[in-house]
Design a protein around this ligand. Structure first.
Ligand SMILES: [Zn+2]
Length: 252
């Protein structure tokens, strides 16, 4: 069945949103800024948001292992609305705000094992761009991912993944196959393959697609190297005239 807003389950209301931890992290600024500039927030283009994240990570890396001091951080009070939504892994040891030297309120952060998607998570990603005009979604993988390592062991050694990682491991099956075809470390390659798959899926999200097509939103993949603290952005922003990547089978 083709994906459309009609058959795409909107799961981000009421208690579900609270359960995702978003309500407390997002300054609502008197309501959803649906198209006006009168909400106190400054409109930020996707490329400008990406530049701020790159600059923030450079400050974080240059400022020591735990990032820049609080005085050098950009928070909601300065940018007026969140710069980006970050979908990251639960076992990434450094909070995304630290990675990008950003203060509270500058990011909407959603974390799942190996940044896997389901309907709830995908709806949570949609929330920022749709309700708060967040201009950028970053899918953030990381080195040494324990969830991905368990999935790779399950595939290569037949080891049963721990119960709490069983669902995530099943969702990583295709990324494991793609990672195994790439030269180098299987876990690292699978993390990157998973990031690529999630990015492709979100670029095809029927709720996000209108924003993507008019240039109000971009979705990019990134990779955090735990050894250095650096965040590598895996691709530049796509040309919107290019065809939208086809979605893979099921949610990655
Ligand atoms: Zn991880």
């Amino acid at each position: 069945m083709p994906r459309s807003p009609r058959n795409h389950r909107w799961t981000l209301r009421g208690a579900a949103l609270g359960a995702a931890g978003l309500i407390g992290a997002v300054p609502r600024q008197g309501g959803a800024p649906k198209g006006g500039d009168g909400d106190g927030g400054e409109r930020i283009a996707p490329r400008a948001a990406l530049r701020l994240l790159r600059e923030g990570n450079r400050r974080a890396v240059g400022g020591g292992a735990r990032g820049a001091g609080r005085a050098g951080r950009v928070g909601a009070a300065r940018v007026g609305r969140p710069l980006a939504t970050v979908l990251a892994c639960v076992d990434c040891r450094v909070p995304p705000e630290e990675l990008f030297a950003l203060g509270p309120g500058a990011l909407l952060v959603i974390r799942t094992a190996a940044h896997t998607l389901d309907a709830m998570v995908e709806g949570s990603v949609e929330y920022g761009p749709v309700e708060l005009e967040v201009p950028l979604v970053v899918v953030l993988g990381h080195s040494g991912c324990e969830t991905v390592a368990a999935a790779v062991r399950a595939r290569t050694e037949g080891a049963r993944p721990p119960a709490h990682l069983a669902v995530a491991s099943a969702r990583l099956a295709q990324a494991c196959r793609e990672g195994a075809r790439r030269p180098g470390d299987a876990v690292e390659n699978t993390v990157r393959a998973q990031t690529d798959r999630v990015v492709a899926r979100l670029r095809d999200d029927p709720v996000l697609l209108p924003l993507l097509r008019r240039g109000a939103l971009e979705v990019v993949g990134a990779h955090h190297r735990a050894e250095t603290g650096e965040v590598e952005f895996l691709s530049d922003l796509p040309e919107r005239s290019a065809p939208t990547p086809a979605a893979g089978p099921g949610r990655p």
